[in-house]
Design a protein around this ligand. Structure first.
Ligand code: G3P
Length: 222
């Protein structure tokens, strides 16, 4: 089994506007290099190309749209995400949900240009439906815990365990992540003990006074 992954979603917080995204991505890269941890940076789309060129760790987009290159003004195609140096994308984040048919098309286009896909899901049922599309990862994140101080691993460990089991039954090729409120190394360790192959998180790093310190703590037991 591969090393657990820590995916840092920068969201659209003011801290990562403009050069703030560079600073945070550089901290992610430094901690990854220093500790050997698998850390993935997910900057806002408008910063994506610059950040991908800046750091040596994998960089993902926060979303893609279901369009091939061509007449698609203003939409974000998987192809342009790949071309600017990103290697994967989140899709269907709780704050950016899409219908199943759009999800399907996005996953298909991402596979066509070799982008790693992380489909976010609010619950076990939607995680299993997402796993049916054979993304690389499904991330389960109870919306009510997102941005809060209590980690999903403490508030609702059952949703993590149940998602791991249900997704494993549906497909052996899809890995499960969990997220919402994850802020400490202990949270990450618990996520892994519950069967997750990593975490998806945001505020615990983006809003931290010392993001590099927060990251060091997050990866200390993995
Ligand atoms: O994409 C990560 C996410 O929605 C969880 O956010 O702030 O609870 O870590 P947060």
């Amino acid at each position: 089994m591969s090393k657990p992954v820590v995916i840092v979603n920068f969201k659209a917080y003011r801290e990562v506007d403009g050069k703030g995204a560079d600073t945070l991505a550089t901290a992610c890269a430094a901690v990854s290099e220093e500790t050997g941890a698998r850390i993935i940076a997910v900057p806002p789309t408008v910063e994506l190309g610059r950040v991908a060129r800046l750091v040596g760790i994998p960089v993902f987009a926060q979303n893609v749209d279901p369009y091939a290159p061509g007449s698609a003004t203003g939409w974000i195609t998987p192809s342009m995400v790949k071309a600017c140096g990103a290697v994967g994308t989140l899709i269907n984040h709780s704050e950016h949900q899409v219908q199943q048919r759009i999800l399907e098309e996005c996953v298909k286009l991402c596979k066509g240009c070799d982008l790693t896909t992380v489909i976010c899901s609010n619950d076990v049922k939607s995680a299993v439906r997402a796993a049916g599309l054979r993304p690389d990862y499904v991330a389960v994140e109870p919306p009510e815990l997102i941005g809060g101080d209590i980690s999903v691993t403490a508030a609702n460990p059952k949703i993590v365990e149940d998602t791991v089991e249900a997704v494993r039954t549906a497909s052996h090729s899809v890995s499960v992540l969990c997220g919402a409120g994850v802020k400490t190394g202990k949270d990450v360790r618990t996520a892994v003990d519950l069967g997750a192959q990593g975490v998806l998180l945001a505020s615990g790093v983006v809003k931290a006074k010392d993001p590099a310190g927060a990251l060091r703590d997050l990866v200390r037991y993995i």
